[in-house]
Ligand binder design. Structure first.
Ligand code: GLU
Length: 618
């Protein structure tokens, strides 16, 4: 593809020109220009993108403008997110890539999930002294939580299957942003502050992200020359330079002996903080053996739409799909808003019960994906929804071995499912002028991942293995730790077709609230009459089969009084590592029949996202 490569090189030159114009290296988008260009809604033609970040969306749009397709643009944006959203995604993590191929009319996926190292014991998370799992706060900042990264292999596979660019060319915009810098915004600074204590415990992490001992100031330029050099190395030598050779050796060594500052003590502000920095199990053999998986998507029909999602190892496709099947018999559009939301909350509790019982890595567990996405199973599960009263949580899982769509006797309550997934991650939606669509969710798990930067390489390693169940002694648990296994994910990149053409593509970060965010956004759009932008902006709540419903403050004030009579207990969202009471950070593109695309990003969450189109509508 020499022509296209030249074109992308030209793109890069354009970006680089604006970057190096200032004496000290002005980033591509600075000051007022930055604010002016960052918009959460963009409507037009010829291609579109929505990400959480201006620089990433710009990288995608430039690739599209110069003849690249949606897969090319998605990889360019993902690599850029690795620079500008380093606490959420990057080459130290993994993800799931969903592609609608306009030529074949098919949706296909790549599973780029991290895997457990081959020598990881099943009791790796268990404290031998107490026989109980270590607390998440200790496991997260450690080598033991690091899985074999899959993102780079995903990018290579996506380009090979569907793209036209070479990996090195797709990395070029990200190399420029890493080298020349980006403008620190409130979100980046706040995420750094939220992680300051644990980042300060690891020498390479504090020197990269806490220069001078503090989080970078809002409005300053953040450069990551180490990551630029790592990307350049990969651009030159290919993914082998990551999955083998010195970099692979350094990653394995870093995981096996996390670079904890020997002088570190908990700060006075958090004296009880314990960071044992447990060593992990990653070896160069694990890295050399890593492979992505080409997979068929999950599929359900919902009100005349074909909804395609990510099959296990993610629980996203089965759980969103099952909840839609549960809701299909109810006419949500005719109900009052509290009544429709009550049905939504009840449906997700049921679907989460089944996810907990049945979903794990299908290479290790017999996952009943067909049953979980069968409309008859969903119909039978819908019998458990009382239109007037919330069921006592947690609700029990259904029986996938015998179902016929007929209401069974009321089941007993199940054990509480501990939710240890967190609220980091990033997501993008990209479409091109040929009609191809990408929905891609990628992550390093917790915001800030393991907290461990590979020394001199400029990127954080994931803590994805904390997505396994911690107490892995239960042989019935499909998500127990097993060597070589992929931990169950909630990532739910979703592409919806209407009459075999794209209608809506969407996804979100947010740990297990990804599932509820994607579902709620679909319901907002399809059932409740909102536009796609309104559907994303609307306040969110997540019922994951727990006693309380996690909700944003805006949701509680708008619907709390309407939902309380049903028996729902709403509590504000938020966790120990995040100062924001937000759920998700969605992106989407809606398509009409005439090539018009509406790209939608968050107007406010995470500081607002960035939607762009190639040719704006007049
Ligand atoms: N680790 C989570 C998952 O795979 C995603 C984390 C997040 O979105 O914050 O489902």
């Amino acid at each position: 593809m020499p022509t296209l490569r030249r074109q992308v090189a030209a793109v890069t030159a354009v970006l680089a020109l604006s970057v190096t114009a200032g004496a000290v290296g002005t980033p591509a988008f600075a000051g007022d220009d930055r604010q002016a260009r960052k918009t959460s809604i963009a409507t037009g033609y010829g291609g579109a993108v929505s990400t959480v970040d201006l620089d990433a969306s710009a990288a995608a749009i430039e690739v599209l403008r110069h003849g690249g397709n949606a897969a090319d643009a998605a990889v360019a944006a993902a690599a850029t997110l690795g620079v500008t959203e380093p606490y959420s995604a990057g080459i130290g993590g993994g993800g799931y890539f969903v592609f609608y191929d306009a030529q074949s009319g098919e949706v296909q996926t790549i599973d780029g999930r991290e895997t457990a190292p081959e020598t990881m014991p099943a009791d790796a998370f268990i404290n031998a002294a107490t026989q109980k799992p270590y607390p998440f706060a200790e496991l997260v900042s450690s080598g033991v939580s690091v899985g074999v990264p899959g993102s780079l292999a995903t990018w290579e596979r996506a380009l090979k299957r569907w793209g036209t660019l070479r990996l090195g060319d797709a990395l070029q915009p990200a190399i420029d942003v890493a080298q020349d810098g980006f403008v620190v915004d409130d979100t980046f600074r706040q995420q750094t502050l939220d992680n300051k204590v644990r980042f300060s415990a690891f020498t390479p992490t504090s020197s990269l992200f806490l220069p001078g001992g503090d989080a970078p100031a809002v409005g300053s330029i953040f450069r990551n020359p180490d990551l630029a050099a790592t990307y350049r190395l990969i651009a030159k030598k290919g993914t082998d330079a990551f999955y083998a050779g010195p970099l692979a050796e350094e990653m394995a060594a870093t995981v096996q002996a996390p670079p904890k500052d020997p002088a570190w003590v908990p700060p006075a502000s958090a004296p009880a903080t314990s960071i044992p920095a447990f060593p992990g199990y990653l070896t160069t053999a694990d890295l050399a053996a890593y492979t992505t998986l080409d997979q068929d998507p999950t599929h359900v029909e919902y009100r005349g739409y074909d909804v395609y999602g990510m099959a296990p190892s993610s629980s996203g496709g089965t759980t969103v799909g099952e909840a839609l099947n549960i809701l299909e018999p109810f006419n949500l559009g005719e109900m009052s808003t509290p009544a429709a939301l009550h049905h939504y909350l009840e449906a997700t509790a049921l679907a989460f019960a089944d996810r907990g019982k049945y979903v794990g890595d299908p290479a290790f567990v017999d996952v009943p994906t067909d049953a979980l996405t069968d409309s008859l199973f969903g119909k039978e599960r819908s019998c458990n929804i009382n239109p007037a009263t919330a069921a006592t949580k947690p609700v029990a899982a259904g029986d996938v071995s015998t179902y016929d769509g007929v209401c069974p006797v009321a089941p007993a309550a199940a054990a509480h499912e501990t939710d240890t997934e967190n609220v980091s991650t990033t997501n993008m939606t990209v479409a091109d002028k040929w009609g191809n669509v990408v929905e891609y969710t990628l992550t390093i798990e917790q915001t800030g991942g393991s907290g461990i930067v590979v020394p001199g390489r400029g990127f954080l390693l994931n803590n994805e293995l904390t997505d396994f169940s911690y107490d892995s002694t239960n042989p019935e648990d499909p998500n127990r730790v097993e060597p070589g296994k992929r931990p169950r994910s909630s990532m739910s990149p979703t592409i919806i077709l209407k009459d075999e053409k794209p209608f809506l593509a969407l996804g979100s970060p947010g740990g297990s609230t990804i599932i509820t965010t994607v579902l709620q956004t679909i319901l907002n759009r399809v059932d409740l009459g909102m536009t796609v932008s309104e559907a994303i902006a609307a306040p969110r709540a997540a019922q994951r089969n727990t006693v309380n419903v996690t909700a944003e403050p805006g949701f509680i004030s708008a619907y709390g009084s309407g939902l309380t009579p049903y028996g729902h207990k709403l509590v504000p969202a938020g966790d120990a590592f995040s100062s924001a009471a937000e759920i998700g950070a969605a992106t989407a593109i809606e398509f009409d029949r005439h090539g018009r695309m509406e790209a939608a990003a968050e107007p406010a969450r995470r500081g607002g996202g960035s939607a762009m189109v190639v040719t704006p509508a007049p």
